[in-house]
Design a protein around this ligand. Structure first.
Ligand code: 0RA
Length: 629
């Protein structure tokens, strides 16, 4: 019987050591899929970024090698190699074999530190089948190799060095990861972000297989970051920027309004994208609402009314980047800032800096206030329209649209909503479904492109309001996850170009109105089969063209035994159930947002007004055939 009953994750981490990392990798790096794999690179790069932030490193090179390994090479001071006083082995070996010893044992030189899990290079070492460490220090090149966390050689001097630095090459372990292929684009997005957030830092990303190199460097930092996010949008003014340094960190903010209706506030703490928000974001929002309201009242644009938070954030792109020596991360994915003092601090900095900016730049202030005024007018008009709709709906069952075939089960964890392209496929789906847990909402053809419509217009579209009512959570500031009526929302469209378009329109709607549903993994795409292959009595359903080649060869089927489904409507309800809807046998794709900034840019490009940007994007990405969001 121990005295301490509750162990926190941190206690366990310390207790277990590196075997624990291999036993429960997800606890340390989030997952053993694509995200976790890329996390390995970020963890190593973060250490080099720390060295850069401390002022000792100017360039970081990341190389995807032909043999599947990754090299991260920096020109920092090099991890110390002198014997550790207690352990009597090179200090660098401690950094690579002991948890929490990753680079941060020299705390004085580290004002702040990146790294989401902060677990250091030792985790990367534990999860690599091989790792080669090379340190240039004291005029010598020191080298040591490891496998699955354990040293396989002693630290050796292998030559003379000019300059200093740390180079780590690691081979992710296939025993741990479901995939070990790195994605250039994913890394590119993250490195671009890191260099925007650390003006002056250079990162070079090289792909040895494709023989391509990409350099990331930003001298303008956050100002360039907002410009980049707004690139294919029509902007209303030059970016507004301010920075405040404190003794335990810094707060930096860039703001630029555009003519769209979207709100895009991205928060970062020590370069980590705080997707769950936190005190820095709430402080920013409070101040923004207050300053714009005060301005509009002073200029008599507003009389008795006030702008709501949503009003002042329509068309806003903002980055709030906070660097703190001791951040407290909270929330499901540890991406919410908890430090309570930051809310008031950001609030007061934004209030004074933005008020001053408005006084000095009255034309910009006027544009922003006018934009908010327009949003407020549209909001009031939409409310009137909604009240009308609500009164109409009062007569129908619980306000749910008549087109919905609801399920009988009310527990949202178990239920599914199918959004089905077309009335006829909707009819088959209603017959095919499991009535207890599957609800069907047929959609009439193409839904409205919400990217191009202002919110009040979007909310006057029947298809859109139907979806909002049926899903139950509400939208925008009123969004309430607890009210969700279905655990899975599944888009079921034909496997053709129109079907893809409808899916994109639906995703645009979810991304702009209820992004939380995507973030929390509620949105799915059904995968209807492309073909049915028949041999005698046997039917095989085939979902891709590749699979078709394999199956026809295996079954020895020739031309003519191959049916190509043109649409969902061509399947009878039994076929639809077997192939696409039966939870036991169907395949569905979960939609996730890898990077909200990239997703925003892609939606603007695909669905917005800038035709040239769209053409360029489609041409650049044509070879990928499918959109990865
Ligand atoms: C601890 C102390 C010192 C440097 C580092 C760690 C260091 C770690 C990493 C990890 C990747 N690149 C790195 N570069 C440096 C400085 C010791 C000194 O010279 O005073």
């Amino acid at each position: 019987m121990g005295e301490k009953k509750d162990y926190t994750a941190d206690d366990i981490k310390v207790l277990e050591g590196l075997e624990g990392v291999r036993k429960r990798p997800a606890m340390y790096i989030g997952s053993t899929g694509k995200e976790g794999l890329h996390h390995l690179v970020y963890e190593v790069v973060d250490n080099s970024v720390d060295e850069a932030l401390a002022g000792f490193c100017t360039k970081i090179k990341v190389i995807l090698n032909k043999d599947g390994s990754v090299t991260v090479d920096d020109d920092g001071r090099g991890i110390p190699v002198d014997p550790h006083p207690t352990y009597k082995v090179p200090a660098a070996q401690i950094a690579l074999t002991k948890l929490h010893a990753g680079g941060k044992f020299d705390k004085k030189s580290y004002a702040i530190s990146g790294g989401l899990h902060g677990v250091g290079v030792s985790c990367v070492n534990a999860l690599s089948k091989k790792l080669i460490l090379e340190i240039k220090r004291d005029g010598k090149i020191h080298q040591q190799e490891y496998s699955r966390g354990d040293p396989t050689t002693k630290m050796k001097i292998i030559g003379n060095a000019t300059g200093t630095g740390t180079k780590i090459t690691f081979y992710p372990d296939e025993q741990i990861f479901s995939t070990t292929t790195f994605d250039f684009k994913t890394l590119e997005t993250r490195f671009r972000e890191i260099t925007f957030l650390n003006a002056g830092l250079k990162i070079e990303l090289r792909d040895e297989i494709k023989d391509t190199t990409q350099e990331f460097f930003s001298s303008g930092g956050l100002v360039e970051f907002v410009r980049w996010i707004n690139k294919s949008k029509e902007v209303l003014h030059k970016p507004i920027y301010f920075k405040r340094e404190m003794n335990n960190g810094a707060i930096e903010i860039a703001i630029q309004y555009n003519s769209t209706y979207q709100e895009n506030i991205f928060g970062f703490v020590n370069t980590i994208n705080t997707v769950e928000g936190g005190t820095h974001i709430s402080g920013f929002k409070t101040a923004l609402t207050r300053v714009i309201n005060d301005y509009a009242k002073k200029k008599e644009l507003l009389k008795n009314d006030s702008f709501s938070g949503d009003d002042v954030r329509e068309g806003l792109t903002a980055i709030v980047s906070v660097k703190l020596s001791e951040p407290q991360f909270e929330g499901q994915t540890k991406t919410k800032l908890g430090n309570s003092e930051i809310k008031g601090l950001v609030d007061s900095i934004v209030t004074s800096a933005l008020t001053e900016f408005f006084e000095e730049n009255p034309q910009v202030a006027k544009k922003i206030a006018d934009k908010s005024l327009e949003a407020a007018k549209a909001r009031l008009a939409a409310k009137k329209a909604k009240d009308l709709v609500r009164r109409k709906n009062a007569f129908s069952l619980g306000g749910l649209p008549g087109k919905l075939a609801d399920c009988s089960d009310k527990k949202s964890e178990e239920t599914e909503l199918y959004l089905v392209e077309g009335e006829s496929a909707g009819g088959s789906a209603k017959m095919a479904r499991n009535k207890e847990m599957q609800a069907i909402l047929p959609l009439r053809g193409k839904i409205l492109n919400v990217e191009k419509a202002n919110p009040s217009k979007a909310l006057s579209s029947e298809e859109i309001t139907n979806m909002i009512t049926v899903i139950g959570t509400g939208i925008g500031e009123q969004f309430d996850q607890a009210k969700i009526r279905y655990g899975k929302i599944i888009m079921m469209t034909d496997a053709d170009v129109d079907g893809e378009h409808i899916k994109t329109l639906l995703l645009t709607f979810f991304f702009r109105f209820m992004p939380q549903l995507i973030e929390h993994g509620h949105i799915y795409a059904a995968m209807p089969p492309l073909y049915r292959v028949r041999k005698g009595q046997k039917d095989v359903y085939v979902y891709t063209d590749e699979e078709l080649k394999k199956v026809t060869a295996e079954l020895g089927v020739t031309e003519g035994g191959v049916t190509r489904f043109k649409g969902l409507g061509e399947m009878n309800s039994n076929q639809l159930w077997d192939t696409t809807m039966n939870p036991k046998t169907r395949k569905i794709k979960k939609i996730y947002i890898e990077d909200a900034i990239e997703a925003d840019r892609i939606f603007t490009m695909l669905m917005g007004d800038d035709v040239q940007a769209r053409k360029d994007f489609i041409q650049e990405n044509a070879h990928e055939a499918k959109l990865d969001i």
